[in-house]
Structure formats: structure tokens, C-alpha cells
Design a protein around this ligand. Structure first.
Ligand code: PNS
Length: 172
């Protein structure tokens, strides 16, 4: 198969990046070519755990093994990030039907106001339950989430929230 040459935008809050996000970046790079990750503030979510600059730093370290990926902070509409970074279209990961409902509405709205299209990538089945929100909630109590996030994120979470002495082991 010849190498794909599209340039795609992967926008998100990435607060923090988890292994589901890494999987979407890997799939998009393989399928499309260059992936531009835009770390953005999601106005519908409460203020973040990490600043956008901290997220950019952790994302950059976490995807260093994937060739052809750029990471940028962006403040504004996702479609404007797509236009500014010269993306052909946007890519989003889908975990379940709930994600589909939200993403489909955003995809239609974004296309209607800009002409920028969105393509979905299915998450790996073993990662359909992983979410940044629950990782933030659990990590704050010093509990183990390192199997759900890339190593740079696990290290930063452990620095911010040292593991609780009394935390029970994860049952197998
Ligand atoms: O990782 P998230 O929180 O699901 O990412 C959501 C994000 C940041 C991609 C979305 O909130 C977004 O596109 N924000 C930028 C504002 C925007 O473009 N709004 C119009 C949506 S139709």
C-alpha cells in the first residue's frame, strides 16, 4: 500500500491524554499520514486539571514514537484550528453510542459552518471505557491509573497525587 498523504486534525481537551487517545493518533497516522493534534479548552467542561501548555508537553512526549505527528495548543473553534493548521479534515475517536451522538452533531455543525469534514476512528475494544474525566477523579485519590495512561502522564499524575499508602492492589 502506498503511503497516505492527508493532513488531519485531531482536536480534543486531552486533560490528560490517555491510551485511547494514543490509539486514535496511531490509527490516524497509519491511515491518513500527518496528524496535527490541537490541545484545546472545552468550554462545556469544568476548568482543567492541567494547563493547555502542560497537556501539549505530555502529549508530545506520549506520541514521540509515532512518525508525522505535530502538537499545538489552540484557543478557538476546532474548524478554525483545522483551517489554520492546513488540515484536510478532522478525526475523532468513537468509544460508544454516546460518543457517536455527540460527535455526529458536532461533525454536522462543523461541516455546515465551514465545510470541514470529520472522520471517525473506532477505539480499541479494550479501551472503550477509558475517559480523562474518570482518570482525573480517581488519580486525585492517589489510586492506580497508570495502566490507562501513557508513561509521561502516569509520572505527572503520580507527582501531583502521590500513591495512597493504603490503596488496595488492583484485583486480577
Ligand atoms: O476531548 P474533548 O473534550 O471531547 O474535546 C472536545 C473538543 C475540544 C474537540 C470540542 O469541545 C471542540 O471542538 N471545542 C472547540 C469549540 C468548537 O469548535 N465548538 C463548536 C463545536 S460544533
Amino acid at each position: 500500500m502506498s503511503r497516505p498523504t492527508c493532513r488531519v486534525l485531531y482536536p480534543g481537551s486531552f486533560d490528560p491524554m490517555h491510551l485511547g487517545h494514543v490509539d486514535v493518533v496511531e490509527q490516524a497516522a497509519e491511515l491518513f499520514g500527518t496528524v496535527v493534534i490541537a490541545a484545546m479548552h472545552n468550554p462545556s467542561k469544568p476548568s482543567g486539571m492541567f494547563t493547555v501548555d502542560q497537556r501539549v508537553a505530555m502529549i508530545t512526549e506520549s506520541i514521540a514514537h509515532v512518525p508525522g505527528v505535530e502538537v499545538h495548543p489552540f484557543d478557538g473553534l476546532a474548524v478554525d484550528a483545522a483551517i489554520e493548521f492546513g488540515a484536510d479534515f478532522m478525526v475523532k475517536g468513537l468509544r460508544n453510542g454516546g460518543d457517536f451522538e455527540i460527535e455526529q452533531q458536532m461533525a454536522h455543525t462543523n461541516h455546515s459552518v465551514s465545510g470541514v469534514r470529520t472522520v471517525y476512528v473506532p477505539c480499541r475494544p479494550e479501551q472503550v471505557f477509558v475517559s480523562s474525566r474518570f482518570i482525573r477523579e480517581i488519580a486525585q485519590y492517589g489510586r492506580e491509573v497508570s495502566h490507562l495512561v501513557p508513561k509521561p502522564v502516569a509520572a505527572e499524575l503520580a507527582r501531583l497525587f502521590p500513591p495512597t499508602e493504603a490503596a488496595p492492589e488492583i484485583r486480577s
